[in-house]
Ligand binder design. Sequence first.
Ligand code: SAM
Ligand code: SF4
Length: 348
Amino acid sequence: MAPTPVASTIDVAGARPRPLIDPFARAITYLRVSVTDRCDFRCVYCMSEHMSFLPKADLLSLEELDRLCSAFVAKGVNKLRLTGGEPLVRRGIMTLVASLSRHLKSGALKELTLTTNGSQLEKYAAELKGHGVERINVSLDTLDPDKFRAITRWGDLGKVMSGIDAAQAAGLQVKINAVALKGVNEDEIAGLMDWAHGRGMDLTVIEVMPLGEIGEDRLDQYLPLSMVRARLSERYTLDDIDYQTGGPARYVRVKETGGRLGFITPMTHNFCESCNRVRITCTGTLYMCLGQEDAADLRAPLRASESNDLVNAAIDDAITRKPKGHDFVIDRRQHRPALSRHMSVTGG
Ligand code: SAM
Ligand code: SF4
């Protein structure tokens, strides 16, 4: 029997684009969209101090971003995460959120969400909630204002705190993401957890990944989460739980706080088997895997025709090339990053 073709554009009746199934039978239902490569911070693990950003003309317009996201939604994507760079510094971002919220109303999207550094949340939290956003991730690696300024190179912790207050006041569920950094915040993880859980927020800790030249040595930053967990276990009871958010985090329930703690361990644990996601950059490049170079340009087919036939075909073709997994290495001999592009390009 001939193999069933994967991810063809249109079903037999020609009505709806078929769902996206990759060569390893994983259904692609989660799209992360970087709406800008710019940011108002320069976190030391994410960007170098002097970044050169893309010329504005290269970016997809908000209308094009909407069209591209909607093409994925028509193909079965039911979770959309806006990210960046800092998504809330993209001019007119609320127009895009408002427009994409129609897919929540139609039921095609189960979730529209974003990952943010929180600096602009005070301004936007209520509006986000008004457009149907229920949960957001806020990245925060320390509660110490001086350390915060050092990690982000010039960020203001007070502004982020006001943003988190505003988000919770607006009824948004907030999850805190912290990158574990050797010698920087490793002694603070317990404090961050107590603080987050005390405010009813989950905390997820993330291993630093080798993405992009940042002008610092990755080995100096890398802290395996197995160590973080071992240290926390000396003071807290961590019970493994089955909780899933559709992401790669493995969760525990912390008996003493009652809160949830997630671990994202790309470096020490391979979570690719259940990968359901792809990423697009603000220039319309589709990355099938955060940890691999292979990519597909969707901007050209998007701009070449008003119909979505070309872009749908390009998406289908790309999904047939989704790799089985990533192979990050932080290697002592090879000090270069495993991938030359920054997290702020692909979207974290
Ligand atoms: N600016 C937003 C923010 O900081 O939340 C969204 C984009 S940022 C690239 C998304 C996430 O990626 C953040 O939680 C950040 O801490 C994380 N991140 C950035 N560079 C990383 C790296 N090299 N390794 C691990 N996580 C990284
Ligand atoms: Fe900006 Fe987020 Fe990267 Fe920090 S992690 S520099 S806030 S994009």
